[in-house]
Design a protein around this ligand. Structure first.
Ligand code: SF4
Length: 329
């Protein structure tokens, strides 16, 4: 299966400056700190973790909405980490994003027709306004809306319908990769399933590759093939979704899974619960050694001193925790 995205040692640091007249650089928020992974065609790759773990910054950097501090982002075999805005244009078309909040992502002063035809004209996908209109109507139908909706404004739609419009806009330019940033968490539970089914349908029909950002582990398990668990800017566990969820090794992954209900009571019974205590530490002053040690029930002296390397548990499962060495998991 063809590799579509290859991220190597990606870093995104935000500098912090103090002082009123003369700004002095006092440190960095290491939002994304040396992450590497690959995504294959038609796969759904999930980035999970608590808010502030770096998953959204990682996605925005991969899309080049913000510039990386260091590292490589290869898309269809080409490194896009240093491309100019102009050089990025063809990639922008191929990589689209659907945001969490459809209200903020749709211009309230534009009709749905304008919202959908604008990217078609901008990327010169169609020759004229009539063709743009016809294509927009076709896409609107694909997401379950009607042609008469073209003349309406975003505020005339429900949350679920707005998200359908945002999906239509993302799909209109013919992307191959879709970034889904918590795309259902602002919606009513009853609507969430409809939107998820829409994503699954389009993935099948249009051969789409998804980068799915979420904190909802039940949903991640349901729709993803691979998962990377992030904590304070780093990936702490990664692999095939079934393997990671059935045999989680990192105490943080276990804790996240403990907090998420599992529909199967048998699995629920066998599972030892780890309850997360404390909040995510300050990303400006991350803890020494393993960043998770202040919250980890299994920490040892080594954990306070050394950041654990990434261990390969199997072909499709990696984890960064000293327990692997100690217990030979
Ligand atoms: Fe816990 Fe140590 Fe593993 Fe970190 S390295 S998760 S502190 S056991």
């Amino acid at each position: 299966n063809e590799t579509i995205i290859k991220v190597q040692n990606l870093k995104k640091y935000f500098p912090i400056a103090k002082g009123f007249l003369v700004k002095k650089h006092v440190g960095d928020v290491k939002a994304v700190d040396d992450i590497s992974f690959e995504v294959k065609k038609k796969e759904t790759f999930a980035l999970v973790g608590e808010s502030g773990c770096g998953k959204t910054t990682a996605a925005r950097t991969m899309l080049r909405l913000i510039d990386p501090t260091d590292g490589k982002i290869e898309v269809f075999g080409q490194d896009i980490s240093n491309l100019t805005r102009k050089e990025l244009l063809p990639f922008r078309r191929k990589m689209q994003i659907v945001f969490q909040n459809p209200i903020g992502s749709l211009n309230p002063r534009m009709t749905i027709g304008q919202i959908l035809t604008e990217p078609l004209l901008f990327h010169k996908i169609v020759k004229n306004r009539q063709e743009a209109y016809d294509k927009a109507v076709e896409i609107l139908r694909m997401v379950g809306l009607k042609p008469y909706h073209m003349d309406r404004y975003p505020h005339q739609f429900s949350g679920g319908q707005k998200q359908r419009i945002a999906i239509a806009r993302a799909l209109s330019v013919g992307p191959e990769i879709l970034f889904l940033d918590e795309p259902t968490s602002a919606l009513d539970v009853s609507v969430q399933a409809q939107i998820i089914n829409l994503f699954l349908k389009f993935q099948e029909e249009l051969d789409l590759t998804y980068i799915f950002i979420s904190h909802d582990l039940s949903l991640v398990r349901f729709i993803s093939d691979k998962v990377a668990v992030m904590y304070l800017g780093r990936i702490v566990e990664m692999g095939d979704v079934d393997e990671v969820f059935e045999n989680p090794i990192h105490p943080y992954t276990k804790a996240l899974l403990s907090a998420s209900p599992i529909p199967d009571p048998k699995v629920e019974k066998q599972r030892k619960r780890i309850i997360l205590t404390g909040n995510v530490p300050n990303p400006i002053a991350r803890p020494s050694g393993c960043f998770f040690h202040p919250r980890c029930p299994f920490k040892t002296e080594k954990c306070e001193k050394e950041y654990p390397q990434m261990y390969k548990i199997s072909e499709n499962h990696q984890v960064s925790c000293h327990l692997v060495e100690k217990e030979g998991v």
